[in-house]
Write a protein that binds this ligand. Structure first.
Ligand code: FUC
Length: 805
């Protein structure tokens, strides 16, 4: 028989497109048999700018509307010019080991001018608060209810970024769908009944304060102005709602919309603020709703779905066979607490993290805040702001590794926007060049220390933020981007160069005054304080910043003199120190922490996000990091547990990472013990209260259990727990620009799939033994690993498959 000839290029296409077929049919859904009774059960939709959480009631649909730019407050000068006068005294006291005396001067003088964040109550002061845009209420009228509703289902379909509710009542099937369009920048709702004239409802808009509603002949409007914290004339917003029916009648009157005898209704909600679109914000919102209401739902959904899936479909993850559709999410979450063998929930949670980032981060606008995009309040917890001592950074941990690199841009642009106010803050407080930011910030460019130095004076924020610039470059190898952002790194480096001071004991260069974020320690005389010099986290951040700035300068061929200065200073930074208990020391001295289980584990910054402590390069520090984690314990606030999953992943202990993931997925319901961190039944992370950083941090940490690339090579399945015996993923990213896919059985890799997103040489620690075969350019080649490493020279867009022989 004549053999059929299949050209190599076709063969490779077939091979590459048939990888992991199970993965491509995965469906990821949160679903419930009942409506939400608490806001923490509502389901979020968002397009990075506007969004909503929906409760899904039968008698009423309550919708909490959000616009990521809607803030009270205003630009202010919070830099306190008096502070710098006290700097010499503070420094002298700390250099003499008089921390408590220094603390007094710091607490009294090294603070912001004005009220700072108002102790997380910034709504009516210049700091401001991220605010709810409005409450939309859809009130249904079913006439008399003959029977109880049946077949109720509430769902968030992550693959399609689509919320839906359906039920049967009085012999009628009702359905409700909603999405925040990625293409048309509006919230689109469709409500249908399968019998004519069965839809009767009213739509109204309100918010707790500062609003006016108005109905014209075909539009419901809500508008107002928030408090700027000074003369009251703050940010303006405008919301427009339009409705289209099919056969019945729709009336706009008395500040609401009345829908009668309909069976298919399209609702368009658009909104904007003058922060986003200066003078044209009203027209912007009105044009959108007017234009969209003439279209039909399917048309609108199709384009939205396509745009959303451009991001969402880049990554596939399967952690074992899961009975995906059978168990409602709340029951599943509760069951997971007892049964660690649910393979669907951790994967669902991972995909939810990506869904939430896609839904709350859009280039050109603001980064995701403490609640992403979703708040039900006008005084959002902690002002829903940008905390710069872990929280906003954690929000963006999944961006690169889970292939949402362009969604990192809002944070990177935001960092750039802090340079100008940060320069003034650097001069005012430290008489230093460059720029600095401290613990908290908002949309108004706040860079001064907070109102209380025990938590508000962390000066490492600028350095930590710059890490994101470097990591974006690291993954994308985008030199143009690096050139555009290099000055942000350089100026932050300049700031630290200017403020570092030699301490007397070793001659090390240290920050002073400083603290280890929000933690306090016990002085030898038993007194407690936070104020110190050279806490480990500062040293790590500055070492990393200097290293990255020097490297960036080399790549861009600039600033060789400046780089030399950084090299010299870097050599004098305090090294890591191991304390008497074998732990990594958090401070320059081996102080005992006041709270052993404190949620911040700042001194492990060197383990993650930085790569100063690694299994191959510093095994003894890895031991010390492990001791530190054991001492701190597992249970904590939501975000803290997410960070700890990451730490254990970096330590290569998959089982401990998984244990912490289960702790983080502790089901927190209205009847849970108070102050318990975990996860609400809508899978929102809770500190408590709801804080989205834990969702993002743990999404990244799950990726970190499956792939790592921080130590000069790529390691696959570096922290795989025993529970995840079989699985596969595609689309996770490694530094240097490699898209990686992997299949494993019985905890052993069976196939690696790679695609270069930049031309580069990649080293992969072989999980397939020393003799492997590589499928490239249409043919298999036998390859021997060198020192256990697979070396791949790939051009941009080149793909390979690797298997054992
Ligand atoms: C940091 C943390 C708190 C909280 C707040 C928003 O200050 O210490 O736990 O997450 O941010």
């Amino acid at each position: 028989m004549k053999k059929k000839f299949i050209p190599n290029c076709i063969l490779s296409l077939i091979l590459l497109s048939t990888l992991s077929p199970i993965l491509f049919s995965q469906s990821w859904k949160l679903w419930y048999k009942q409506s939400a009774i608490d806001w923490n059960e509502s389901l979020p939709i968002g397009n990075g700018r506007i969004g909503a959480t929906l409760m899904g009631g039968i008698d009423k649909e309550e919708i909490f509307l959000n616009d990521i730019t809607l803030w009270s407050g205003s630009k202010q000068d919070a830099d306190n010019p008096e502070s710098v006068k006290f700097l010499p005294e503070i420094r002298k006291l700390l250099l003499e080991g008089k921390n408590k005396e220094a603390e007094k001067v710091v607490f009294e003088n090294f603070v912001c001018k004005g009220k700072g964040s108002g102790y997380a109550n910034g709504i009516n002061i210049p700091y401001g608060s991220y605010q709810l845009l409005g409450n939309m209420l859809i009130k249904f009228d079913y006439g008399s209810k003959e029977v109880a509703p049946q077949n109720y289902r509430r769902e968030l379909d992550l693959n399609n970024a689509l919320y839906s509710v359906s039920y049967d009542l009085n012999g009628v099937h009702y359905s409700r769908k909603a999405f925040a369009s990625f293409t048309d920048d509006a919230i689109v709702i469709e409500i249908t009944s399968d019998k004519p004239k069965a839809l009767n409802f009213s739509v109204s808009l309100s918010r707790p304060e500062r609003f006016t509603t108005l109905s014209t002949k075909d539009e419901l409007q809500m508008f107002g102005m928030l408090n700027n914290g000074t003369d009251g004339n703050g940010m303006k917003y405008f919301t427009s709602v339009r409705v289209k029916g099919s056969s019945g009648n729709i009336n706009f009157s008395n500040n609401q919309i009345e829908v009668r005898n309909e069976d298919r209704i399209l609702i368009i909600i658009s909104a904007a603020t003058d922060f986003f679109k200066k003078d044209s914000f009203k027209k912007f919102a009105q044009d959108i709703s007017k234009n969209l209401v003439s279209k039909n739902y399917d048309q609108l959904f199709k384009v939205h779905q396509k745009e959303f899936q451009k991001y969402f479909n880049r990554v596939k993850l399967n952690l074992g066979d899961g009975d995906s559709e059978k168990i409602p999410t709340d029951e599943r979450l509760i069951a997971f607490n007892r049964n660690p063998n649910d393979f669907y929930l951790p994967a669902l949670y991972f995909h939810y993290g990506r869904y939430l980032l896609i839904s709350s981060s859009r280039p050109g606008i603001l980064p995701a805040n403490l609640q992403g995009l979703w708040t039900k309040d006008i005084q959002t917890p902690w002002n829903g702001d940008y905390h710069l001592n872990i929280n906003v950074q954690m929000n963006y941990w999944p961006a690169e590794v889970t292939q949402l690199s362009e969604l990192h841009i809002p944070l990177l642009d935001y960092i750039k926007s802090l340079v100008e106010p940060g320069r003034k803050t650097a001069k005012t407080y430290y008489n230093a060049n460059g720029w600095v930011a401290h613990t908290i910030s908002n949309v108004w460019g706040y860079t001064a220390p907070g109102e209380h130095p025990s938590w508000g004076a962390f000066m490492g924020a600028a350095g930590w933020l710059c890490e994101h610039i470097w990591e974006h470059y690291n993954y994308t190898q985008d030199k143009k981007f690096l050139a555009q952002f290099y000055s942000v790194m350089k100026e932050a480096s300049q700031f630290y160069l200017d403020v570092l001071i030699e301490e007397p004991k070793h001659g090390w260069l240290v920050t002073i005054p400083s603290d280890s974020p929000e933690n306090t320690f016990i002085l030898p005389n038993g007194e407690k304080t936070a104020v110190c010099m050279g806490p480990t986290m500062d040293n790590q951040i500055i070492r990393e910043l200097f290293t990255n700035t020097i490297e960036a300068a080399k790549i861009l061929k600039v600033d060789s003199e400046f780089s030399k200065k950084l090299e010299t200073a870097k050599a004098k930074l305090p090294p890591h120190q191991v304390g008497k208990l074998g732990q990594l020391m958090e401070w320059l001295e081996d102080y005992e922490e006041t709270e052993i289980h404190h949620r911040h584990v700042s001194h492990l910054y060197g383990l993650h996000p930085s790569n100063q402590i690694t299994k191959t390069k510093t095994p003894e520090l890895v031991q010390a990091a492990r001791k530190t984690l054991e001492r701190r314990g597992d249970e904590s606030t939501g975000w803290s547990m997410a960070w700890k999953i990451m730490f254990w992943a970096r330590l290569g202990d998959g089982n401990h990472a998984y244990k912490l993931l289960r702790d983080l997925l502790y089901p927190v319901t209205p009847v849970s013990p108070k102050n318990k961190g975990g996860t609400h039944i809508n899978l929102f992370d809770t500190h408590p209260p709801f804080q989205i950083d834990g969702n993002f941090g743990s999404c990244a940490a799950i990726a970190e259990m499956l792939i790592q690339s921080h130590d000069g090579f790529i390691e696959l399945l570096p922290a795989l727990p025993d529970n995840w015996q079989n699985g596969s993923y595609d689309g996770l990213m490694a530094r240097g620009g490699l898209e990686v896919g992997l299949t494993w059985t019985n905890k052993s890799a069976t196939e690696i799939r790679c695609k270069a997103t930049c031309s580069n040489t990649f080293l992969i620690k072989s999980p397939l033994g020393n003799s492997i075969k590589v499928f490239k350019n249409g043919k298999w080649d036998k390859v021997n690993c060198v020192d256990g490493m697979i070396k791949l020279n790939l051009k941009k867009n080149e793909s390979v498959i690797i298997q054992s022989i």
